[in-house]
Design a protein around this ligand. Sequence first.
Ligand code: HAM
Length: 416
Amino acid sequence: MDSERPRGTRDFTPEDMSKRAFVEKALRNVASRFNYGEVLFPAFEHTQLFQTKSGEEIAGHMYVFEDKSGRSLCLRPEATASVARMFGTSLRNRHKPVKVFYFGPMYRYEEPQKNRYREFWQFGFELIGSDSKESDAETILLAVECLRALNIDYSLEISHLGVARALLEETGLDEKQQDHIIACLDRKNTGEVKKTLKDGNLLKLMELKGNMEAIEKAKEITGQNQKANDALGRLEEVAELLDSARVQYSVNLGIARGLAYYTGIIFEIRVQNLGAQNQICGGGRYDNLIKMFSGLDEPAVGFAFGFDRLLDAAETQKVSMPEEEKPIVVSPASEDARDKAFEIAAYLRRITARRIELDLMNRKLGRNLEHASNINASFVVIVGLKELKENKVILKDMQQSTQKEVNLEEIAKILL
Ligand code: HAM
């Protein structure tokens, strides 16, 4: 039997999972502070859901399969399309804005490398029903607050995809052709862009980076193009709101994003020292997607953290993560006390919230003490028939190497 994992997948040990739970908890806490509610949807969907507007990059990297009835299904490569679909069926009658978050695995058939997996987790947020500048700015602020909660240093870049789209529209390209050029820009394939577009305005625009002066320079390129100038105006407004919230960012008109559904503000967050795959978060406004999947014309904005990269960033930046609480081992003092040890362990689990480990290996006391020190236990509760006659057990403190008899009624206070 093939005992290798499929390429690009990982196993997680209890130690890994306890770190993941810590990061997950921090993000859940921020989601609740911004009043987002959790949603869950299937891990596989109809292939078409993602083929329509996720973009050529993602569409080309999907795990597609046929079910026994011949339907084409795929493992979800991302979740925004699922939320758009779900909005139409289960969330449509809610008061707006609808604010939801999700946490789960996504699947992309990509070439695995450090921080790029075929199964990876996203923690994402979507806000549906508002097209205000505040909803753009608050979405970005939400991403920043997640990083602040974890004490992770980052760099945030913002842009507005409407600027590039308006320039592309001017050249007469239809939406599909525009999507292709934007996908090329995202892959930094400028050769293909040069071949399709005669004037070099779009490429000049994509080189603009910095702060507000990048927006001013962009206006020189967009000239009289009203749609492009409106987009730059929105970018300016959102930048001002971010300033007011003291969020550090830079404007980068070169961001294109790999997904084809974006229509407005877009943003990406990177961290240092993660290697080539250093983008831990990406998102933006997508005002046409909800209509496509639900028939309801609702604007929307959101983003997703690559959860695995976020965790790597936390570890690389030495974010302090709480250690697992030390266990307490329950051991019989002798063979004839084994049943009583079982009973005492059950009792301890009822009266304290501590991690209790009963000897399940039929070890003698000496071996149990060795085991306790191997697993870094804080105490060993030694259950002896003699002590039990007085309703007592022996409590051995593993750190201090001391032991004393303790009454079973009092033990809860000590082990609290
Ligand atoms: P995305 O940029 O494709 O956007 O993915 C979001 C994040 O997922 C990336 O920034 C990255 O950290 C992580 N990620 C992507 N691919 C991999 C991979 N192969 N291995 C590890 N991590 C990966 C989206 O998926 C959009 N749905 C985000 C969004 C939500 N936009 C609006 N709402």
